[in-house]
Write a protein that binds this ligand. Structure first.
Ligand code: FES
Ligand SMILES: [Fe+2]
Length: 447
């Protein structure tokens, strides 16, 4: 399907000239990185204070005065839609005597945030407009003088990001080249149909490590093998100078399976859904991937998947994992975008929060959409929160997040052992070490 090849590279997946084959210096990955309070403190000072943080979706704050709150470590950030349509981010702290201005995770104000303690009224643009007994301040009225402390706030693709660092590079520059690699998806018009936050007893870096390799798939997610090719020889691994990485796994039976040529029931089901006779591919099951691309190309728009028209061939089948330094993974599939984000606990490096969002593009005529949790209404999801322990009992076994997070907890325990001195990595795990090296670059002043 030459028409859909990328005009720049001739490749059938989005590509960028800055892509490099992953290589690493060889910095050690020691256990203390995952549990030492001192290490966590250095991460806070040297890294978390400088990066861009994903704060939410623009669709959460459509009207002027709508706000959302993002708590990160011991800080709390308010993002609020302005009258001119822009979004500002403020520290959620009243500059009178330090009370938190808002306690709700989201909401709306008509014009002002009123501090619950002494009633100071802060305009949604950050100005202080009213205080009680204004004349009683010998140093002069604070109105017109004080402003809420503002943070950098920028948007991309319907996502709101903020940064503590006044001198951070522009968001798009920070994320580069991820926005270009995701450019065939109109992410601003996607709907977040799953929004879940879990508290997990593991360090936040577990998820970055985990999404930087597919080596764990045969042992942890055997259910993927009939239709995801986790073999490194068929997987694309890339890293970018910005510190972000990518991995593309093909949608086809795993090449490591001795019977990879056989069509398994799961794969047959997918093919049938797109009017492909699985029998035709018996004995050469992996060839069906290209047939599936062609079928989706031809039938997709008729079935309401108009967005397929903008996608390159490989985007119509494959799993494209973008690991954005430090804590954000965006996995594009033909069906939607999976977002995984981990954040450190305020006090204890042995705990973190794990967020999973699932965003889907518009599909004409669809009122429901398939998710990890079964069919869900095609609408913005409410926030589901809880502990991983509760999640594990409530969610069916075999869910890939349960599988990954169970390992996250046992690995966290193992990393406390004095016997663990460094990881012994396969080549296909090079991005794991690379992630730690980028982190070290922050901690040691090279970034
Ligand atoms: S602390 Fe906010 S008005 Fe006093
Ligand atoms: Fe996994």
């Amino acid at each position: 399907m030459a028409d859909f090849d990328s005009p720049v590279t001739g490749k059938s997946y989005p590509d960028h000239p800055s892509a490099e084959t992953p290589r690493a210096r060889g910095d050690k990955i020691t256990g203390d990185r995952y549990w030492s309070k001192d290490f966590a403190e250095r991460e806070w000072e040297k890294m978390w204070k400088r990066i861009w943080h994903l704060g939410g979706r623009e669709s959460q704050i459509e009207e002027a005065g709508d706000f959302i709150v993002h708590n990160f470590k011991h800080e709390s950030i308010i993002m609020v839609r302005q009258k001119d349509g822009s979004i500002k981010a403020f520290f959620n702290v009243c500059l009178h005597r330090g009370n938190q201005l808002v306690t709700a995770p989201e909401g709306g104000v008509v014009s002002h945030f009123t501090c619950p303690y002494h009633g100071w009224k802060w305009n949604m643009d950050g100005a202080l407009d009213w205080v009680q007994d204004e004349e009683d301040f010998p140093q002069g009225s604070p109105c017109g003088k004080l402003r809420l402390k503002e943070l950098r706030c920028e948007t991309w693709a319907g996502f709101i990001f903020w940064s503590f660092d006044r001198d951070a590079p522009p968001l798009q520059e920070y994320l580069a080249p991820i926005p270009e690699l995701l450019a065939n998806r109109d992410l601003h018009n996607h709907t977040r149909v799953v929004w879940r936050t879990l508290r997990v007893k593991t360090n936040w870096k577990f998820a970055s490590d985990n999404f930087n390799e597919a080596y764990h798939i045969p042992a942890v997610h055997p259910q993927f093998m009939p239709m995801i090719d986790d073999h490194y020889a068929n997987t694309l691994f890339e890293m970018y100078p910005s510190g972000h990485n990518r991995m593309i796994e093909k949608l086809q039976p795993s090449s490591r399976a001795p019977d990879a040529a056989n069509v398994k029931p799961l794969w047959a089901e997918v093919l049938r859904e797109w009017d492909i006779d699985p029998e035709l591919y018996e004995g050469r099951a992996q060839d069906a991937r290209v047939a599936l691309q062609q079928a989706r190309r031809q039938l997709g728009p008729k079935r309401g998947f108009h967005y397929f028209e903008k996608m390159l061939d490989d985007e119509l089948t494959d799993q494209i994992h973008h690991t954005c330094f430090p804590n954000l993974t965006m996995t594009g599939t033909p069906e939607g975008l999976h977002i995984f984000r981990t954040e450190p606990d305020a006090e204890d490096p042995n705990w973190s929060t794990f967020d999973y969002w699932y965003l889907v593009p518009p599909i004409e005529g669809a009122s429901e959409v398939a998710t990890l949790y079964g069919m869900r209404p095609y609408e913005e999801a409410g926030h589901e929160t809880g502990s991983f322990d509760n999640y594990r009992t409530e969610i069916a076994q075999g869910d890939f997040l349960s599988q990954d997070l169970s390992l996250a907890e046992t690995q966290q325990r193992g990393l406390h052992s004095m016997a663990f001195e460094d990881a012994y990595l396969a080549a296909q795990e090079t991005r794991v070490r690379r992630f730690h090296e980028v982190l070290n670059d922050y901690l040691e002043g090279r970034r």
